[in-house]
Design a protein around this ligand. Structure first.
Ligand SMILES: Nc1ncnc2c1ncn2[C@@H]1O[C@H](COP(=O)(O)OP(=O)(O)OP(=O)(O)O)[C@@H](O)[C@H]1O
Length: 197
C-alpha cells in the first residue's frame, strides 16, 4: 500500500461529527477496493460511517446479514482479516454500516432513500443518491466506491471530496465536486475537495 495517509487525513479531518480516524480507515479501504476490484472485475460499494443507530433505523437488510453474530472484536475496520472480508462482501448489493467506534455493524443494507432536497450533478446513479440521502438525513458521512473506480465522500447530502485513484484517470476528467474546489495529487492518487465558503 502506498503512503497516502496525509492526503486522506486531510479530507477526513474536515468532517465534523464522525470519528475521523475511522473515516480515514474506511477511505483507505474504499480506495483499495476501487483499485483492486474483485476477481477481475470492477466493484462498486457503499460505506456509511457514524450515527449508526439512526442509519440502521433508516435501512433494511437485503439478505441475512453475513456480519451478524460475530463478536465486535472481529469486526473492527482496522483488523486486516475484517478488511479482507469486507472486500469479499463488497460484491453484494447494498451498504456497510460502520459505527463511530470503528465496528462494521452490518453489510448488504438497503438505505431508505429520498431525492427530496438533494441536488446531485447529473450522471450519478442510485448508489450515489442513497449516499447523498443518508448523509443528509443523518449525521453520518457516506463513502461510495463507484464501479467507475472513483471514490466519493458525501456529507449533508453533497459530494465533499472525490478521490481519483490513478493518475491517468485524472487526465481530462471533470470532477463531480461542485463549488470552489482544490485538487492535490500524491502517489498516483488525486483528491478533489470542496473548499468551504
Ligand atoms: N438505497 C440503496 N441502499 C444501498 N445500496 C443501494 C441503494 N440503491 C442502490 N444501491 C446499490 O447501488 C447498486 C446500483 O448502482 P447504480 O449503478 O444504479 O448506481 P451508481 O450510483 O451509478 O453506482 P456506480 O457508479 O457504481 O455505477 C445496487 O446494486 C446497490 O448495490
Amino acid at each position: 500500500m502506498q503512503d497516502t495517509a496525509g492526503i486522506f487525513r486531510e479530507i477526513c479531518s474536515r468532517r465534523g461529527g464522525v470519528n475521523t480516524a475511522v473515516l480515514e480507515q474506511v477511505v483507505e479501504l474504499a480506495v483499495e477496493i476501487a483499485r483492486e476490484g474483485r476477481e477481475g472485475r470492477k466493484i462498486g460499494t457503499l460505506f456509511v460511517v457514524g450515527d449508526s443507530e439512526e442509519v440502521l433505523r433508516r435501512s433494511k437488510p437485503l439478505i441475512l446479514d453475513p456480519l451478524a453474530g460475530h463478536p465486535e472484536e472481529s469486526k473492527r475496520i482496522s483488523d486486516p482479516n475484517l478488511r479482507e472480508t469486507i472486500k469479499e462482501l463488497s460484491q453484494l448489493d447494498g451498504a456497510f454500516v460502520v459505527s463511530d467506534e470503528g465496528v462494521v455493524l452490518s453489510a448488504a443494507r438497503y438505505l431508505d432513500t429520498t431525492s427530496e432536497d438533494l441536488d446531485l450533478p447529473l450522471g450519478l446513479g442510485s448508489r450515489h443518491m442513497a449516499a447523498a440521502s443518508v448523509s443528509r438525513r443523518t449525521n453520518a458521512v457516506a463513502v461510495v466506491v463507484s464501479e467507475s473506480s472513483m471514490v466519493r465522500m458525501f456529507d449533508d447530502g453533497e459530494i465533499v471530496s472525490e478521490i481519483i485513484p490513478e493518475l491517468w484517470m485524472w487526465d481530462g476528467y471533470t470532477t463531480k465536486v461542485e463549488g470552489r474546489v482544490s485538487a492535490r495529487s500524491e502517489n498516483d492518487i488525486t483528491v478533489v475537495t470542496r473548499e468551504e465558503e
